[in-house]
Write a protein that binds this ligand. Structure first.
Ligand SMILES: Nc1ncnc2c1ncn2[C@@H]1O[C@H](COP(=O)(O)OP(=O)(O)O)[C@@H](O)[C@H]1O
Ligand SMILES: [Mg+2]
Length: 387
């Protein structure tokens, strides 16, 4: 874009300090500290009702915090009314003006501010969202995804330093949503401003964001790069909400080496000490986790072929479902809950059918350890509640 104010190199970092929101006796957002670096694509991820929208609205100025400070580029904007903040919001219900064409919908913010020549800016914005050919159509003549892109253009033309997106893709069907995720990511890379994106869809958050903050019950449980959160969940909620985790109760039997030795699932498992976020003492309890795709299944008859040094559990296949790229197995074992395993469909062992006895094994480096005082099922069913 040619307008220098359109691509602020800096000044788009958001810092929340002790921000909270209480409605009567109900606390929607617990005192929260959050830093969003300028130019990042930041996702607030959590189940419905966890406080995402409230947090976003406090950044926009649409909701007054009960406590705390909102800063933009180190400036305290807590008391600034919404229209004075260099922040725009895109909602799920994009509410375009039905009687105006796409060009005028996008031009709206400029005209309201009394900008005389809007043509060049609007055209650039329509190019950015790849709707240059649709300028003279009405919103109802566009698909849902196209309308959502108009909403993004309409917000970006105001040159906000921060764009807030509240479940903007929630109304779109799955394929279109996947397409729009990549599209939004491209737009963000192109304009370079800070995007704060709220979603309950963990895949969406991981696809788009460079940093994800996982919220639960009005708190941020953990934040980090998607791969880091996925590989190193710090709580059972994050382990279960972000993808799927197998969590197994374990007791520490030896902590003298670099790897903790654990009694679990009727056998012995190793856990690298630096992969354990819980306090460690011999005889203490832990929850050990391993992701389903890290586990290999070997038929019990071939158990001798499994290399030494791998964590292993024996069990029996209770169920298998073929889902194209992979097969999902549910394995029952004598001493722990059902274990989920994803095997890529490369060379399928025809013996791996329900009833078969198997050995589950994985590299100990893919094991993580969590504090056993937490609810082992936290975050497992919340996905379903989301709208
Ligand atoms: N104006 C309000 N009055 C009372 N409770 C509210 C109000 N707005 C939100 N809440 C409650 O605060 C919680 C968090 O809401 P919200 O931030 O919208 O969650 P999310 O966007 O994560 O789904 C919910 O339990 C919701 O019912
Ligand atoms: Mg919401």
């Amino acid at each position: 874009m040619t307008d220098p104010s359109a691509t602020p190199a800096s000044g788009g970092d958001v810092r929340l300090t002790g921000i909270s929101k209480t409605y009567g006796s109900f606390t929607a957002v617990q005192p929260l500290d959050l830093y969003v670096p300028a130019g990042s694509f930041f996702a607030l991820l959590g189940a419905s009702g966890c406080g995402k929208t409230t947090t976003l609205r406090m950044i926009a100025g649409l909701e007054e915090p009960t406590s705390g400070i909102v800063r933009l580029a180190d400036e305290d904007i807590t008391a600034l009314p919404p229209h004075k903040r260099p922040v725009n919001t895109v909602f799920q219900s994009y509410a375009l003006f039905p009687h105006l064409d796409i060009f005028e919908n996008v031009a709206f913010g400029l005209r309201r501010r009394g900008v005389k020549s809007v043509k060049k800016q609007v055209e650039e914005m329509l190019e950015l969202v790849q709707l240059g050919d649709f300028a003279r159509r009405r919103p109802q003549q566009l698909s849902g995804g196209q309308q959502q892109r108009v909403a993004v253009a309409r917000a970006l033309i105001n040159h906000p330093r921060v764009l807030l997106l509240d479940e903007p893709l929630g109304a779109l069907d799955l394929k279109l949503r996947r397409q729009m995720q990549l599209e939004l990511k491209r737009i963000q890379t192109e304009v370079g401003i800070t995007f704060i994106h709220v979603t309950h869809d963990q895949e969406e958050a991981m696809t788009m964001a460079d940093t994800v903050a996982v919220m639960n019950g009005g708190r941020v449980e953990q934040r980090g790069a998607p791969a880091d959160l996925y590989e190193n969940p710090g709580t059972t909620f994050v382990a279960n909400f972000l993808g799927t985790s197998n969590l197994i109760e374990a007791e520490i039997t030896d902590k003298s080496g670099g790897d903790l030795v654990l009694a679990a699932a009727g056998g012995k498992l190793s856990l690298p000490a630096d992969r354990c976020s819980a306090p460690v003492r011999t005889g203490g309890k832990l929850l050990v986790g391993v992701r389903p795709e890290k586990i290999t299944l070997t038929h019990a008859e071939d158990a001798g072929t499994i290399p030494d040094g791998r964590n292993r559990i024996t069990g029996r296949i209770a169920d298998s479902s073929f889902i194209g790229v992979s097969t999902q197995y549910l394995i029952t074992t004598p001493d722990c809950p059902e274990i989920t395993v994803y095997e890529q469909n490369i060379e399928r062992d025809a013996r791996l059918v329900p009833g078969a006895e198997v050995v589950l094994h994985w590299n100990p480096a893919h094991t993580f350890g969590l504090d056993a005082t937490q609810d082992i099922d936290a975050g497992t069913e919340l996905d379903e509640e989301a709208p």
